[in-house]
Ligand binder design. Structure first.
Ligand code: GRF
Length: 202
């Protein structure tokens, strides 16, 4: 039986699209994208889910009233859709230590740098690439890691390096990191984790 994955999103969902495309190409044989949850109304990722025939649900923290109530709603959805593994793909809310402790080795995140560089609280979106350019590093990349109570601090699953080129802007670099690293790495990492869950080795 394939491992059921929920993808949590907040925005455009290009990483979600990479997962959907990989699934369609047969590259995630051990897993199945069974649910997409957005914490932003109208996120384009929801449109991608719809087109792929995957249930897409919006859960707004503001409407839930508190982080605890928001996470309770998430837990209810995970149970309803019999989710085994959670993928954070551009999900711009930090999950509480209580939530992550309930799902050890079952939550993956994609971060657009080579952790431990340019990561942790406040490093998200373009800010990560701005910081890499400001520091003058010549190589950056992306990391898929398990999520624990430390932002971007969980065990690393996979990394891929990407060159920084003269004239790069944060936007140009962001795009290159997505194309050359994120969209390749995330589907592969999900398959690896799903296969391990199936084999019972994690
Ligand atoms: C990606 O850069 C990802 O690494 C980061 O947020 C961005 C999400 O982009 N966590 P998208 O919504 O998948 O297009």
């Amino acid at each position: 039986m394939s491992v059921r994955a929920a993808v949590l999103v907040s925005g455009g969902g290009t990483n979600l699209q990479a997962l959907i495309d990989a699934q369609a190409a047969g590259a995630i044989p051990s897993g199945e994208i069974a649910l997409v949850v957005s914490n932003r109304a109208g996120a384009y990722a929801l449109e991608r889910a719809k087109r792929a025939g995957i249930p897409g649900i919006t859960v707004l923290k503001g409407e839930c009233g508190s982080q605890a109530a928001f996470e309770e709603r998430l837990e209810a959805l995970l149970a309803e859709y019999r989710i085994d593994v959670i993928v954070l793909a551009g999900f711009l809310t930090i999950l509480s230590a209580e939530f992550t402790a309930r799902h050890p080795g079952r939550i993956l995140n994609i971060h657009p740098s080579l952790i431990p560089s340019f990561c942790g609280e406040g490093f998200y979106g373009l800010r990560v690439h701005e910081a890499a350019l400001a520091r003058g590093v010549k190589v950056t990349g992306a990391t898929v890691h398990f999520v624990n109570e430390i932002p971007d601090g969980g065990e690393i699953i996979a990394q891929k390096a990407v060159d920084i080129l003269p004239g790069d802007t944060p936007e140009i670099l962001q795009r290159r990191v997505m194309e050359q690293a994120e969209w390749i790495l995330l589907p592969r990492a999900l398959e690896t984790v799903c296969a391990s869950i199936q084999e019972g080795t994690v």
